[in-house]
Design a protein around this ligand. Structure first.
Ligand code: COA
Length: 497
């Protein structure tokens, strides 16, 4: 029974199969799809689009909120349906095509995509494909487990395809807070002064005449694929916990800290999980994605409220949250990603942000995206939105990768996503470097001493001391600065052949 989910009765005649809806796409179109870190993505239309692309030349520019689930990026990539992709992805097949130069990937701050669309700095959206819980009496769209860029895609698109997912409980309605900033040059302040505040409406208001097709689905989101905490991630969480306790003791933070943001992935999830046994109370989150750890913190009572743009959970946690969504709803809100990640709001709320680095250098520059300086991993995501504007910007990583063949602490990062100016605290399993108020030469001492793996510590110290003899505010031996990465390419380990 889907009729009661399409409350504007005149739209019921727009219900059709995914394959019929896919006929609306034309080669070269720009398509905005819902979906943010595997949550709230469309489940049927992308597959039908891939079917078409297997039979004819049909390539699109694909924009989403962030990554998609259900192997959608993989399936579309294998069907050769994507020519251009933004602003984020995590799929191995797509990653390969991006790194082969066959798909053009625009790696963007997640807060910026719809700003650029709105100001026509990006090509306009031809079709928006949005997963929904329901369509209201006025033809407005009620999103599902993410908002991402869905609201602006639907508002700005010429045509909208809505996928109504019967798997999503109707009680999701009321979870979302859709606020669209006013247009430049007369932009008003975003009136959000605390994470729990609602400033918009619980649906995406569009002209119902733009809804060209409605497709009915019944499929859960892909479960998150984060791994459980291990010894290293627990050690990282321990260092951070101790640091935050000290900040409270020193009177720089209260026992409820500042609102927290935590990035995607295994390490961030483990770090947040570590707060369950902490003495902090009345914690609030203002983040872009809620992983299992956020729900555990809510369940434990340690956290009182969480604001985000998507909920991406393991299967058991997902089922529990959806089954009891009415219990969680008063403590959760999902916002458009330009609001969850908005620099203005992040700076105002004073967030403690925790994001993951692939590598960082002895002066505190962070690479979160490019393996070996050239090969895209996932993208910068929201990490730049949060880190640059944070009250306290924290980056975490394990000190080594690939069984020790790679040091995550290097003389010079091979690509910079977050400059030294955007990084306050660095943490590995070995310890924590507090960089606040330190000059580059002082930072290097802290980073090498506290964060580097013992197998690489002496080599980093040698590099630093030799560089200091050459002089400079940020001393480097330019000929050797990237030699560690080159050595890994030649020898399979940064330790040398
Ligand atoms: N050089 C090369 N590879 C490295 C590396 C380094 N210095 N450090 C880690 N890796 C590899 C790991 O070996 C692992 O590879 P595998 O998938 O082949 O096993 C992979 O990177 C992921 O590392 P992992 O330790 O499992 O961390 P993660 O799941 O927490 O992900 C990032 C780490 C950086 C890839 C991920 O957090 C990310 O994409 N960040 C950018 C976006 C972001 O921060 N968004 C935040 C707001 S949501």
């Amino acid at each position: 029974m889907y009729e009661d989910r399409i409350r504007l009765a005149s739209l019921r005649k727009k219900v059709m199969s995914a394959h019929d809806a896919a006929e609306l796409f034309e080669n070269g179109m720009t398509v905005g799809m819902s979906g943010f870190t595997r949550a709230g993505d469309c489940k049927a239309v992308p597959l039908a689009l891939a079917d078409r692309a297997r039979q004819e030349h049909l390539q699109i520019t694909l924009m989403t909120g962030a990554s998609l689930g259900n192997d959608t990026d993989k399936i579309l990539t294998e069907a050769n349906a994507i020519s251009r992709r933004l602003p984020f992805q995590v799929d191995a097949t797509l990653r390969q095509k991006i790194n082969a130069g066959e798909v053009m990937f625009i790696d963007q701050h997640l807060s910026e995509t719809v700003e650029q669309l709105r100001s026509k700095q990006l090509p306009g959206v031809d079709i928006a494909v949005i997963e929904a819980t329901a369509i209201t009496e006025n033809g407005a769209i009620v999103p599902t487990t993410s908002v991402g860029n869905s609201a602006s895609f639907a508002i700005l698109a010429k045509n909208v395809i809505v996928e109504i997912n019967l798997k999503m409980p109707t009680q999701l309605e009321g979870l979302h807070d859709i606020f669209i900033p006013t247009y430049r040059p007369h932009r008003q302040p975003i009136p959000l002064i605390s994470p729990e505040q609602r400033i918009g409406v619980p649906y995406i208001a569009i002209d119902p005449a733009k809804i060209a097709a409605i497709v009915i689905t019944e499929k859960a989101d892909s479960p998150s694929n984060v791994l459980p905490p291990d010894a290293e991630t627990q050690a990282i969480a321990g260092h951070l916990d101790e640091f935050l306790r000290n900040e409270v003791r020193a009177g720089r933070l209260s026992a409820s800290l500042q609102p927290l943001q935590s990035g995607i992935g295994t390490i961030s999830n483990a770090v947040l999980h570590g707060l369950i046994d902490s003495p902090f109370k009345d914690i609030r989150m203002y983040s872009e994605v809620l992983q299992d750890s956020a729900i555990e913190l809510l369940d434990s009572g340690r956290m009182t409220f969480a604001s985000a743009s998507s909920i991406t959970l393991s299967k058991p946690t997902y089922e529990r949250v959806l089954d009891h969504i009415n219990d969680y709803k008063p403590r959760l809100v999902l916002r458009p990603q330009e609001i969850s990640n908005h620099p203005e709001v992040i700076r105002r709320l004073g967030l403690i942000t925790i994001n993951t680095a692939l590598e960082f250098d002895i002066y505190g520059n962070v690479n979160s995206t490019h393996v070996g300086g050239t090969h895209m991993m996932n993208g910068i995501g929201g990490s730049g939105d949060f880190a640059r504007n944070a009250h306290l910007s924290i980056f975490v990583t394990k000190s080594i990768a690939k069984g020790g063949a790679i040091s995550s602490v290097v003389p010079m990062v091979s690509h910079v996503d977050h400059t030294e100016h955007d990084v306050d605290i660095l943490v590995t399993e070995h310890g924590l470097a507090d960089l606040r108020g330190l000059a580059p030469r002082e930072r290097a001492v802290e980073i090498i001493r506290h964060c580097a793996d013992p197998a690489y510590r002496d080599a980093l110290q040698d590099y630093f001391e030799t560089a200091c003899r050459l002089g400079g505010h940020t001393p480097h031996i330019l000929r050797e600065a990237l030699a560690w990465h080159a050595r890994f390419n030649e020898c399979g380990t940064m330790l040398g052949c």
